[in-house]
Design a protein around this ligand. Structure first.
Ligand SMILES: Cc1cc2nc3c(=O)[nH]c(=O)nc-3n(C[C@H](O)[C@H](O)[C@H](O)COP(=O)(O)OP(=O)(O)OC[C@H]3O[C@@H](n4cnc5c(N)ncnc54)[C@H](O)[C@@H]3O)c2cc1C
Length: 512
């Protein structure tokens, strides 16, 4: 019996994701619990020519999981965690062999469940990329190639996925393990488990040379087949199982918050820390707008009274986590980083150090309080101007262009007279500039500024989407990045695997 149900008001929530984009609609919905059920739904939809939008945790910020008609497949009930297995012995420099481990999961396993499971089943090990939103699921973070603060040291989700199983639009299954199937130049041969063959011509564009990039399909000469599916925004196949690599936790860690009287000094410190041999786990930024909004909230909202007061006169902050395997090593690096901050004009008397679990929690809470204060501010403004929303950038540039990109943002914001709050992963050349519209007129002007920034980012050798993916809302930027020709090559690639263009229509590019 089919698990496809007619769409009713009961499922209204599933028409939205965290982008809060309106207009989502679907005719039917399903909640498969197994790969067999995903295959059955896909075969049924392929027979009737019905488009299918795939959903994970719906925490996406680009409307990628918002359906535009057809069938809605929600994977939240495929939430079993599989076995942890030893994958290989790693030769350390001293000749000692170290085991490595990976964990199998179904796509609907939430990151918070994965973390909890590892704490009990494999203490001392963690899933290193650590995207901030813990109600995203493993299928969703693979489809977006998500990343997190610790990507500075540990890489993106892509770097930690060793195998996936994916159901294609025709119901065929591809089982891909990293290191087993490579393209020849830009031609990739794929064979499904039942023996169906697909010869995929990969687009010819060159991806930007940045650590964080989720703008369109990942393609390069002789690439690993698995990488094409990671970050493909649900447009090529439905991930039904993944094997994620685990990382050994450092024996010692601490969090540091450095304050600066200007943005320029904070950028200088970022460059020094980024290029040093300290190798922190993260380098995160908060600008004057973010600190100001947080401070205002701290003073006026009792829910935020636990937040520490920002030292007077400070206009920028850098948060960095250190991960070390010896206590002496940790404190050496802490000292080095503090001296470096002082050398860049930082406030030497007021560096916050979190070297106990309680203090670390306070510091992480401080970090989380910035976006939530900004969201609270926008929610208040929405009462009078319901059509406005916070618009955040997600662009990255090579480290050498950090000063240029800040100049670009500051000039654009000043010219338009926009209020903003900027924070994020500055160590990877990637900050989120959040424009905070005061009314509908300002909101309408933001889109053009984003397009202008996208054009300049591309000229700087950057990516228009660094971690959130493209979905539907950033498709116009993908076109700016790769041009009509690049988009057409992506469309042709998709048509090889999904000739009727059924999977996640509207994501990355419009249907032909
Ligand atoms: C407060 C907040 C903080 C955030 N912080 C971060 C952050 O630090 N780093 C970051 O990278 N992102 C962040 N995000 C964005 C979001 O969490 C990520 O984009 C995440 O990867 C989305 O996962 P999801 O499970 O919610 O996917 P969804 O939103 O449900 O879907 C996203 C895309 O994945 C596809 N998809 C989902 N499951 C599958 C599957 N099994 N097979 C194939 N395709 C699938 C969907 O079709 C869609 O295209 C944040 C979001 C919020 C709201």
């Amino acid at each position: 019996m089919s698990i496809i149900k007619k769409m009713t008001d009961e499922y209204e929530d599933y028409l939205h994701d965290e982008s809060r984009t309106g207009g989502g609609h679907a005719d039917s919905i399903s909640f498969p619990k197994s790969e067999e059920e995903v295959i059955a739904v896909m075969k049924e939809c392929a027979t009737s020519g019905t488009e299918v939008t795939v959903q994970g945790g719906r925490t996406g910020l680009t409307a990628a999981a918002v359906p535009c008609g057809g069938h809605l497949m929600n994977l939240s009930r495929m939430n079993n965690i599989g076995e942890i297995s030893q994958t290989r012995e790693k030769d350390e420099a001293n000749g000692k062999a170290e085991p490595e481990f990976s964990i199998k999961t179904q796509p609907g396993v939430l990151l918070e469940e994965l973390t909890k499971h590892l704490q009990t089943e494999k203490p001392g090990w963690f899933f290193a990329p650590d995207p901030t939103e813990t109600t995203a699921d493993t299928g969703g973070i693979i489809a977006c190639n998500a990343s997190g603060a610790r990507t500075f040291r540990y890489g993106t989700v892509r770097d930690h996925v060793s195998a996936i199983r994916a159901v294609l639009a025709d119901g065929e299954v591809l089982a891909m393990r990293r290191g087993e199937n490579f393209a020849e130049g830009r031609t990739l041969e794929l064979t499904s488990e039942s023996g169906r063959h697909y010869c995929v011509k990969l687009p010819r564009y060159k991806m930007p040379d940045v650590t964080k990039n989720t703008s369109g399909y990942f393609v390069k000469d002789d690439m690993d087949a698995i990488d094409l599916f990671i970050g493909s925004n649900g447009t090529l196949g439905i991930v039904t199982e993944a094997e994620l690599e685990l990382t050994k936790k450092p024996k010692f860690d601490c969090g540091l918050m450095f304050f600066f009287s200007s943005e320029e000094k904070a950028i200088d410190f970022t460059a020094a820390l980024r290029d040093s041999d300290i190798k922190p786990a993260s380098i995160e930024y908060f600008d004057e707008g973010s600190l100001g909004i947080l401070e205002e909230r701290r003073k006026t909202d009792p829910d935020y009274s636990y937040i520490k007061e920002v030292p007077e006169g400070m206009r920028a902050a850098i948060f960095s986590e250190l991960h070390e395997n010896s206590e002496d090593g940790l404190y050496d690096k802490l000292e080095q980083a503090s001296e470096m901050a002082e050398g860049c004009g930082g406030d030497a008397d007021d560096i916050w150090v979190a070297d106990t679990p309680g203090a670390m929690k306070n510091m992480i809470d401080f970090r989380h309080a910035v976006p939530s204060s900004v969201n609270a501010l926008i929610d208040e403004r929405k009462k009078e101007h319901p059509a406005i929303a916070k618009l955040g950038t997600d662009m990255s540039v090579p480290g050498s262009r950090l000063k240029d990109v800040f100049k670009m943002y500051r000039t654009g914001l000043a010219e338009q007279g926009f209020e903003s709050a900027t924070w994020g992963h500055i160590g990877n050349g990637h900050v989120h500039v959040n424009i905070l519209p005061r009314d509908e007129e300002e909101f309408a002007r933001e889109h053009e500024l984003q397009a202008e920034w996208a054009r300049e980012i591309v000229e700087m050798g950057g990516a228009v989407s660094a971690e959130h993916g493209v979905g539907k809302n950033k498709a116009f930027m993908l076109k700016i990045m790769y041009g009509e020709d690049g988009i057409e090559q992506m469309r042709q690639l998709k048509k090889t695997l999904d000739p009727l263009q059924l999977l996640c229509p509207g994501n990355l590019f419009d249907k032909e």
